[in-house]
Ligand binder design. Structure first.
Ligand code: 0PR
Length: 356
């Protein structure tokens, strides 16, 4: 049987996946059958994982990072909630028996999954007119049972960066942890002036995904913790493996994802990622202007992600021309300027848009 041709990214505009870097593709293939979940049996991929976590630490201002290459942003978010819940439970007398987490309403839907599987209440705070977390609204929802406050560094729908230092203060004043979701933004934010990382604020945990702007193969997410005790709060004993404990959520993991994350970062950090950020940001600003020239309202692209208020009928027509564009919750057309989204691709998209 002939296997179907792989996905072409030629007209994909709303995805957060992209064409892996050739070095990442090659590394993924070489490590397809290895399992970093069993480091004594697969020491090579395990060593690559340690190095990959080290590079993620450099990117996020964390000298001594504790963490691992996860399956993606969803796993990192679940693990952040799980660690915070477990630590609160382990506090003397268990701090709460009805833990909650507080996130801006712009948070990715994976927090709903986390809350559901972990039996934690998810409280969503309204965002401000600029679509960023509003500290007062977050503070209002935080109470003695709050174990985690979430800030987003690059929101899924509009690429917004929350005021991380202020959110961190709110979290710590309440005895909670602060998690930053930089799943998408983490590979572009090092080249901006935003205060989003471990160095800028007392951040406890972070998700940052090599398989998004990092140009690694899927699946390659990143989970980082400032302190070892946070990762330890996730560990379970593994009696019949040579290694004695495991902090990851999944058991068998993709050696391909780990090796490709290492290879992409080894190749691209920092110069390659900086160039990519500059190219993507310029593309976002260019297409934003074209939308405006067509008379559509545009959400200013503070990171390489543009949303424009294009009527649903026009979006459907673009889709029928083969453009993969999906709307935001409020119905705006959304373009994520991933590495495969080139200027010539956007020119051809703009020509189609203008012809409608
Ligand atoms: N956090 C943020 C800020 C995200 O944007 C996403 C994914 C996640 C967490 C979850 O990451 P994983 O999907 O790796 O677990 N945001 C994209 C979205 O929901 C995911 C995506 C990617 C969707 C590619 C479609 C697609 O083609 O839109």
């Amino acid at each position: 049987m002939q296997v179907a041709a792989p996905q072409s990214f030629r007209r994909v505009l709303s995805s957060m996946c992209t064409e892996p870097h050739p070095a990442a593709r090659d590394a993924a293939e070489r490590f397809l059958a290895s399992n970093p979940g069993d480091p004594t049996t697969y020491p090579t991929v395990s060593a690559l994982e340690d190095e990959a976590v080290g590079i993620l630490g450099e990117m996020t201002g964390l000298e001594n990072p504790h963490g691992y290459i996860a399956s993606g942003g969803t796993e990192a978010n679940i693990q952040a909630v799980r660690a915070a819940r477990n630590l609160a439970e382990a506090e003397s007398g268990a701090r709460t028996d009805s833990p909650n987490i507080v996130a801006p309403e712009s948070a990715h839907f994976s927090f709903q999954k986390a809350a559901d599987v972990l039996g934690v209440e998810l409280r969503l705070a309204e965002v401000d007119a600029n679509r960023r977390a509003e500290p007062d609204a977050v503070a209002e929802l935080v109470d003695d049972d709050t174990v985690l406050v979430v800030g987003i560094a690059g929101t899924t729908e509009y690429g917004r960066v929350d005021p991380i230092p202020t959110l961190s203060e709110i979290a710590h004043d309440a005895g909670a942890l602060l998690h930053v979701d930089a799943a998408w933004g983490g590979f572009v934010l090092p080249f901006t002036d935003y205060e989003w990382n471990f160095d800028h604020a007392e951040v406890d945990t972070m998700g940052i995904d090599p398989h998004k702007m990092g140009q690694a193969a899927v699946p390659a997410g990143g989970f980082l913790a400032r302190e070892k005790r946070v990762l330890d709060a996730l560990a379970v004993e593994t009696p019949y493996l040579e290694s004695t404990s495991q902090a990851t959520l999944t058991g068998t993991r993709s050696g391909a994802g780990v090796a490709s994350a290492w290879a992409a970062m080894d190749e691209l950090w920092p110069a390659g990622y900086r160039e990519q950020y500059e190219r993507s940001q310029a593309n976002a600003e260019w297409i934003a202007e074209r939308f405006e020239a067509c008379g559509y309202d545009v959400v200013d692209p503070v990171l390489p992600l543009v949303a424009a208020d294009v009527p649903r009928k026009t979006v459907e027509e673009l889709q029928s021309l083969g453009w993969r564009v999906s709307p935001t919750g409020s119905g705006e057309l959304r373009i994520v300027c991933m590495p495969h989204v080139t200027r010539s691709m956007l020119e051809s998209f703009a020509a189609d848009l203008e012809s409608l």
